[in-house]
Design a protein. Structure first.
Length: 603
């Protein structure tokens, strides 16, 4: 797999520049005509989808400006250090209302949706993250239908897949297709910045309900990616994949069933934890669709086990179920914490559940690795016609209702099993705690019984990670990352991890731990960030050693933890100066480190 993807990058570097020049000339130059921005070959090929009017890139004022005239949820990952740029565009045009439902019925349709009323004007926005250098671009764009369940735009597919997208040279587009993230009185775009987003309208002046224009808005955004050169900075586009998570995955599934065949515009679709999830897709689709579910969706519905109703695989449809994962896992939360705190304020939420509030939430099973492998397979499925591997099903038990069978630790049996499940360090149950799932770390005694030494733990993780790579559910780079994390961990050392060390739940404005800080540091994909990880790992070990000691020895080790955290803070500041960390991420990381320091000094 590495050779194939590297080969794609070489081909891109050799030929894409010339192709970009030719395509730009055909389509009216870098900016194109004032209205549509130019059509060209892509426009004629996809003529059934109108080419919308594009405005942008839209300039930004600095974060914190009185007008709040900056891009909402601009990423806190430093894209420039990865050779990427981020731009926002406004898109407007005319969209139809169709007789398509908002959720797929139990029986998929046999015909495309019909137009109920045509030509409703709309205006919305999308964000582009793409390589700055044509030689880095692999020619593939993923258009994510942003999730709006929390009344603001969430880029949950990006959050899970960003490392893969960045290292492989994809472009990503995040689209505001639904009204809930526009008009919400507390969190919507119009509330955030009337000056910037006041003209957005997805309802034709309030006359269109239930996001009925969203299907055409999505299709026309894909058309803009294909036919308006400046949207992709004149990079030539080979393929466009659609992606949607949870509620937006449901909408994208409806699009596939009811709208796609009217005017095909995407080459493949990834449905990421669509909930409710078992909404069968029509089997006459001419594009591949990969559905990836967490353990949470297995139990959706009163008295109903949706995992028992999985749609059978077909030549164009695959379904994966991932054990130990949750609809809203730790990565899902990390991806929005910093930008949410910056743009609309902290959302503390809850990190425990259960009658006594002692069950910690948000599994650490790296669902992101499965999502990245899914994109890789979907792209090659479109390109080469090679379908992804068939995934094992959950082991089910009982009868009315059925349940997912569990082992003695409470972890699911069956499904795609990452190293976190084959070599467990916690109870990772996606069916507990609502959509957040449970993550209850094993006790020190349990860990010692499972892993008599650190070397034993690392060896078992290495074998499990390599097996996941061989099975095709984890990419080699992510398998290597799993092994590196195991080597840096404390599992098998016998050390106790107390509250200021443990990785469980999620951080709050006034609380973090070295385990959480390690996760956030890794999440931000900091270029040349090994020294930062080394510093937080040293602090983590010192704090755990303190918890495992008493008296003066414990105090000394807590003091060493403080020293390592102070070094970590200095390294974050240096990375910010060197433009490897965004100010938003730097503030988040430094505040966490200072919170831990205060906690250690109080022990």
């Amino acid at each position: 797999m590495n050779i194939d993807r590297a080969g794609m990058r070489v081909l891109a570097g050799a030929g894409l520049v010339a192709m970009a020049v030719a395509l730009a000339a055909c389509a009216g130059g870098p900016a194109g005509p004032a209205g549509s921005g130019g059509a060209g070959m892509a426009s004629s090929r996809y003529a059934a989808v109108p080419t919308p009017t594009i405005t942008g890139p839209v300039p930004n004022e600095p974060f914190g400006s009185n007008s709040r005239n900056w891009q909402f949820f601009a990423t806190d990952v430093h894209l420039g250090s990865h050779g990427y740029v981020e731009e926002e565009f406004f898109i407007e045009g005319m969209a139809n209302v169709y007789d398509a439902p908002s959720v797929n019925p139990a029986t998929p349709p046999s015909a495309a949706a019909s137009v109920v009323s045509p030509n409703h004007p709309y205006k919305t926005r999308f964000v582009v993250r793409r390589p700055a250098d044509p030689a880095k671009f692999n020619g593939i764009v993923v258009v994510e239908w942003n999730n709006v369940s929390d009344a603001f735009d969430n880029e949950y597919f990006w959050v899970q897949a960003k490392n893969y997208l960045l290292r492989e040279g994809y472009a990503w587009v995040g689209l505001t297709a639904q009204n809930n993230s526009v008009l919400d009185a507390n969190r919507g775009l119009k509330k955030f910045s009337p000056a910037r987003y006041g003209a957005i309208d997805l309802t034709h002046g309030g006359t269109i309900k239930e996001d009925a224009l969203s299907f055409d808005v999505f299709a026309q955004t894909v058309k803009a990616v294909r036919a308006v050169p400046r949207v992709m900075g004149n990079l030539p586009v080979k393929r466009v994949l659609g992606a949607g998570m949870s509620q937006s995955g449901v909408r994208l599934g409806v699009y596939a069933n009811y709208l796609h065949q009217r005017a095909p515009i995407v080459d493949g679709i990834l449905l990421h934890v669509p909930a409710p999830g078992i909404q069968p897709l029509r089997t006459d689709l001419d594009i591949p669709v990969l559905k990836v579910f967490s353990e949470t969706e297995a139990r959706t519905g009163p008295g109903n086990l949706e995992a028992a109703q999985t749609q059978p695989d077909t030549p164009k449809i695959r379904t994966w179920w991932a054990a130990g994962t949750a609809h809203g896992d730790a990565t899902h939360r990390m991806g929005r914490t910093g930008v949410q705190a910056r743009d609309i304020g902290w959302s503390v939420g809850t990190d425990t559940c259960g009658p006594d509030g002692t069950v910690t939430t948000r599994p650490r099973t790296p669902f992101r690795h499965i999502i990245s492998a899914a994109v890789d397979h979907l792209n090659r499925w479109v390109d080469k016609g090679t379908p992804p591997p068939a995934a094992p099903a959950f082991v089910l038990t009982g009868a009315s209702p059925m349940t997912v069978a569990r082992d003695s630790a409470g972890n699911a049996q069956g499904g795609i099993r990452l190293a976190a499940m084959e070599v467990p360090v916690a109870r990772a149950n996606g069916g507990e705690c609502g959509m957040n799932g449970a993550w209850v770390p094993f006790t020190t005694a349990q860990l010692a019984a499972l892993y008599p030494s650190h070397a034993d733990y690392v060896a078992k993780v290495t074998a499990a990670a390599n097996a996941s790579v061989a099975a095709g559910f984890v990419l080699p780079e992510d398998g290597a990352a799993t092994i590196a994390e195991a080597k840096a961990s404390l599992y098998g050392t016998g050390l106790e991890c107390g509250p200021l060390c443990l990785s469980a739940g999620h951080l709050k404005p006034d609380f973090s731990s070295t385990g959480l800080l390690r996760e956030y540091t890794s999440y931000y994909s900091i270029a040349r960030g090994d020294a930062l990880l080394d510093a937080v790992d040293a602090a983590h070990r010192a704090v755990a050693t303190g918890y495992s000691s008493t008296g003066t020895t414990a105090k000394w080790n807590y003091g060493f933890g403080v020293v390592h955290l102070q070094r970590y803070i200095a390294l974050v500041r240096q990375a910010e100066v060197e433009q490897r960390v965004t100010p938003t991420a730097a503030n988040m990381l430094i505040n966490q480190a200072n919170s831990i320091i205060r906690g250690l000094q109080a022990l």
